[in-house]
Ligand binder design. Structure first.
Ligand code: FE2
Ligand code: FE2
Length: 480
């Protein structure tokens, strides 16, 4: 029995410390016990210890059958087993916040951003031989450099003048009004590659080529052997008097019936409740005017989701966490309201589900992108998401509508290319793709509010985007 259990677990990548093995083998259901415990852990340890397992020793075991075993027992995968716990948080700010918001913090924060994006840009052929800003501007020839944009302005003659800076110095960069680059939307605090020529006076660089870090060109999402799907459900806004009860009930009914054979993971990327005092006059738009009661109501609603679907919840700007991004996950007094089977994550967060890398970001900065980049609109948030991927940063603009916390590491840099990139916040719904990355904007469960009506903003609610983790195929369900 001992060897059989250890073999099964080893085949699934689970190693047990000898004393943990004793604890496991003393149970009548050793394999199910370990799988159930692993499925409840926020992060899977390399080697399971007694301390890892003790909190789960008294809890009832949830039957979790991994897909490989299920296939051996029952043949081909139809219907799907539910509750495979192949999920982990790769990175978010939770437990890692160090900032106090002083000047040193900000210098360190921007320096980290610069270094991370410079590393990506340094691999670009166009920037081979790039020099630090003070050295590059000394040469009377083509220069290449990597720098952060401090300021962008239009001169009275219609040219564009940037001030750029690296860790050694700064210089002005001119985009001539007849240059094909004149309409490029360059935003403050993004990191760019510059190919240009020093002016005859040597006081500025004239831009000839703009190099963005971007995503690799020929990247695709290779099929995997996963045969389950992840659904995304943003901006639930429980507590709002425009919460869409009927479409929600239809969606839950679908999850309980057809959906449970298809979906094993449900990611909720922020604004999970409407909150209290988020905007002036909000009290007139609330059905539930107590923040704890809002979360309790959300928890009751999430209890309707079938047990086999793993629910992952992230905060947004309406939630009871600090507004500055990156946002750690929910504080203890809110977190304790959630069932322990629900995973609470920070914002943004890199997750891995069944081998697929998912970047989940509530999307507050979409307001800044749409306000700063020509051609973007609330009607097509996926275009704004592409701008983030091109610049490898979710929220570069400091001082806009997205408050940024100067952590020692910039958690908003997109240093790893995800398979799926998901946002919410703008209450739009859409599916797109950019260089092999599935882009998802995950709708809302709140109808148009009086505030939105006043601003002529039409949400696209009650949609449920779904991505198949094996094939990468996407679809959008409509519960209106
Ligand atoms: Fe929202
Ligand atoms: Fe939001």
């Amino acid at each position: 029995m001992r060897d059989r259990v250890l073999d099964i677990l080893a085949n699934e990548g689970v190693l047990l410390e000898p004393s943990a093995a004793e604890l496991v083998l003393a149970r009548s259901d050793p394999v199910d016990f370990v799988r159930s415990a692993l499925a409840s852990m926020p992060q899977q340890p390399l080697v399971l210890t007694v301390d890892d397992l003790r909190p789960y020793a008294d809890a009832p075991v949830v039957r979790i059958v991994p897909k490989a075993l299920e296939e051996v027992r029952n043949g081909p995968p139809a219907p799907l087993p539910r509750g495979d716990g192949d999920f982990c948080v790769l990175r978010d700010i939770t437990g890692n916040s160090t900032c106090e918001g002083n000047i040193i913090d900000f210098a360190r924060y921007f320096n980290d951003r610069f270094k991370k994006i410079k590393k990506i840009l340094s691999t670009r052929r166009e920037l081979v031989g790039c020099l630090p800003v003070p050295k590059a501007t000394k040469f009377d020839r083509e220069v290449r450099m990597i720098a952060m944009v401090n300021e962008v302005r239009t001169t009275k003659n219609g040219h564009k003048l940037l001030e750029v800076e690296d860790d050694e110095g700064r210089c002005p960069v001119l985009i001539l009004k007849d240059s094909p680059l004149i309409n490029e939307s360059i935003v403050n605090d993004e990191v760019i590659g510059i190919v240009g020529k020093t002016s005859t006076k040597g006081d500025l660089v004239v831009l000839n080529e703009l190099v963005r870090p971007d995503l690799p060109l020929r990247r695709t999402m290779q099929p995997s052997d996963s045969w389950t799907s992840v659904a995304f459900m943003s901006d639930v806004h429980v507590g709002s008097n425009t919460f869409l009860h009927k479409p929600w009930d239809r969606m839950v009914h679908w999850l309980k019936t057809e959906g449970k054979n298809e979906v094993q993971y449900l990611v909720v990327p922020g604004d999970v409740v409407d909150g209290i005092g988020v905007f002036p006059g909000q009290e007139d738009e609330l059905e539930i005017d107590d923040i704890f009661a809002q979360y309790e109501s959300l928890v009751d609603r999430l209890k309707e989701v079938p047990d086999g679907i793993r629910v992952i919840v992230q905060p947004g700007n309406h939630d009871a966490v600090r507004p500055a991004e990156p946002q750690p996950t929910f504080p203890k007094d809110i977190a304790k309201l959630f069932d322990s089977s629900i995973s609470l994550i920070g914002n943004p967060c890199y997750l891995e589900i069944e081998g697929r890398k998912i970047l989940s970001y509530h999307g507050r900065s979409l307001d800044d992108w749409i306000g700063s980049v020509q051609g973007l609109s609330y009607n097509n948030p996926m275009e704004a998401m592409k701008e983030m991927l091109k610049r490898r940063h979710m929220a570069p603009i400091y001082g806009g509508r997205t408050p940024l916390a100067p952590e020692k590491e910039d958690f908003l840099v997109i240093d790893e290319v995800p398979d799926i990139f998901i946002t919410g916040h703008v209450h739009g719904a859409g599916i797109g793709e950019y260089r092999g990355v599935r882009l998802i904007c995950a709708s809302t469960w709140q109808d148009q509010t009086p505030f939105q009506k006043m601003h002529n903003f039409n949400p696209d609610p009650a949609k449920l985007p779904i991505v198949h983790l094996g094939t990468g195929e996407t679809r959008m369900l409509d519960f209106n």
